[in-house]
Design a protein around this ligand. Sequence first.
Ligand code: C2E
Ligand code: MG
Ligand code: MG
Ligand code: MG
Length: 285
Amino acid sequence: ESKNLGRRCYSFFNTELDERNKRKVELESEVRQALVNEELFMAYQTKNRISNREVYGFEALMRWNSPKLGFVSPEEFITAAEEIGVIDSLGEFALYQACEDLKKFQEDADHPLTMAVNVSMKQLTHSDLIQTVQNVLEETGVNPKCLELEITESMLAQRLDEVQPVLNELLELGVSLSIDDFGTGYSSLSYLTRFPVSTLKIDRCFVMDMVENKSDATLTHTVITMAHKLGLKVVAEGIEDEDQLALLRVYDCDIGQGYFFTKPLNCEQMQSHLRSLKEKPDWAI
Ligand code: C2E
Ligand code: MG
Ligand code: MG
Ligand code: MG
């Protein structure tokens, strides 16, 4: 009896594993073609000042609509791209596209706007990232001060020694660096003072429950205070409602991002969103 059960469990597990492997193989072969087949595009979400909701800049988020697999989440396809070694070309595409589109967004704006691009650890540990960033800045004419690179905390903390020289070279180009998903990396805080970062992005999971959960609120407030003492700017991710925004204002958080302001929009949609904001005085860009 128990042996039977065991066997059944085993075969169930095996089927699940097979499915997962099949998906992985399929993903990996499809993502290899995605760039040349022009299936990838960038979506943008605004970052807004908490104090007056003014648009401060954007985050670029990659999207893949695969003819075979449908819409695939970036978390899934970025991992696949890393594993088969095509992340560098995807990353290069993201940088070019985001900077080109930033120029368009800046045309209508009355103050400088920034663009943040996510960079994976694999890109940071390959040597041509610096050259790529330099080329993109030159070719698109974007002011280096307006370009920000987001690096996930968990990745950074693991391999700080290896990436520190790369980060320093990036800084020399004039771009700024921010730590993404802060608070989820379970790392020591000491690296914050060694890392030439200008911004912390507090992970969505803290913001999500902040209004109901006292300890998430305390953590968020503490991180903001600490970051300010270290001279860092703070961005809160995943703001979905007015109550969260109000609390973040009390905590003196600098910048917010989330569905409350905008969902990720493609370039054209963002341009018309920005135009519509110009007509509303308190949301003006
Ligand atoms: P991330 O950099 O932390 O990006 C924020 C994620 O939160 C995005 O998910 C965004 O759509 C989502 N988000 C923003 N506001 C809200 C909100 O109010 N509520 C909820 N529920 N979600 C919100 P997305 O676009 O699925 O991207 C997931 C992750 O994939 C990103 O996390 C980033 O780590 C990675 N990623 C996306 N694009 C790129 C890229 O071009 N290169 C690299 N290396 N990674 C990327
Ligand atoms: Mg990010
Ligand atoms: Mg994040
Ligand atoms: Mg994330």
